[in-house]
Design a protein around this ligand. Structure first.
Ligand code: 2HA
Ligand code: ZN
Length: 275
């Protein structure tokens, strides 16, 4: 008989958790991942789901996600253990018809709850699905170089975007909309979820100052790739600033405009300011 862990979307989810751990982005129980399941994926595992458990409060309201199923990491669970025993560390949840409650339908077999960042994940999913229903993945990690930059760069969207764009020619092509910055806030609750989901209307990535990064994407490859690209650019910037406090040369605004034309991306002028 088929197991939930045999489904392709579960295998890809587990692989992404392991890849993130191997990048060093998930110390202890750091980080979390959620995936909005496709109707055919729900159908594939439907008879293996237990839809009798009690509904619990999400901690916010996501009316547009009513009836949707998500695969999510567990609160307090370690990314490094997901590949060893997925059914103890991740779960499938269903959002109720009011968009305020969820039910665990599979997984977390030794007990537990979905990620402590469930309000941010679900509010981000809601914002994204309203923009484009192809968005399915929300990923939160603790990449060290990007976190380090949140101590030395002004916490402004335009500064983080421009400084990271300058670090690798592919950056403006990979995240042409830029990225947003949430100032330090208490994690795990509705307030930080509201601020993050506001930024997700405009961007696919939002920095949490002194904490980490949230990324959104259509699939696991794109979302992991976005996290990876941003953290790689952050690493280069940390190296550059460690060598000297100025750049002898860099990519200039007109050069970004030229790149945008050839690569058929739109780069908002707000990020191409003169310094
Ligand atoms: O511990 O990353 O933001 C999980 C987290 C909380
Ligand atoms: Zn975190």
């Amino acid at each position: 008989m088929m197991k939930v862990t045999d489904a392709e979307f579960v295998k890809q989810f587990v692989r992404m958790c392991d890849d993130g751990f191997n990048q060093g982005w998930h110390e202890r129980n750091g980080g979390n991942l959620s995936y909005r399941m496709k109707p055919e994926e729900v159908a594939e595992v439907k008879e293996l789901l237990d839809e009798t458990k009690e509904f619990q409060p999400i901690g916010t309201e996501v009316k547009n996600l009513a009836g949707e199923y998500f695969l999510v990491t567990g609160s307090g669970k370690y990314f490094r253990n997901v590949i060893l025993v997925p059914e103890e560390n991740i779960c499938i949840i269903k959002v109720d018809e009011t968009g305020t409650l969820f039910q665990i339908c599979w997984g977390l077999v030794k007990g537990g709850r979905p990620t402590s960042e469930l309000p941010t994940h679900l509010m981000n999913h809601e914002v994204k699905v309203l923009l484009n229903e192809n968005y399915r993945v929300i990923y939160h990690a603790h990449p060290a170089n990007l976190i380090a930059l949140s101590f030395v760069l002004p916490l402004e969207d335009r500064v983080f975007t421009r400084e990271l764009w300058e670090m690798a020619t592919e950056c403006p092509v990979v995240f042409p909309d830029g990225l947003g910055v949430v100032p330090w806030m208490v994690p795990g609750g509705r307030d930080i979820a509201v601020e993050t989901s506001k930024l997700m209307k405009k961007y696919d990535a939002a920095v949490w100052a002194h904490h980490g990064l949230f990324c959104a994407g259509f699939d696991f490859d794109l979302t992991f790739g976005l996290m990876h690209t941003i953290e790689k650019a952050a690493e280069i910037l940390v190296k550059v600033r460690s060598m000297q406090d100025f750049k002898l040369q860099t990519i200039k605004p007109d050069e970004f405009r030229h790149l945008a034309k050839d690569f058929h991306v739109t780069l908002p002028e707000e990020f191409l300011y003169e310094k």
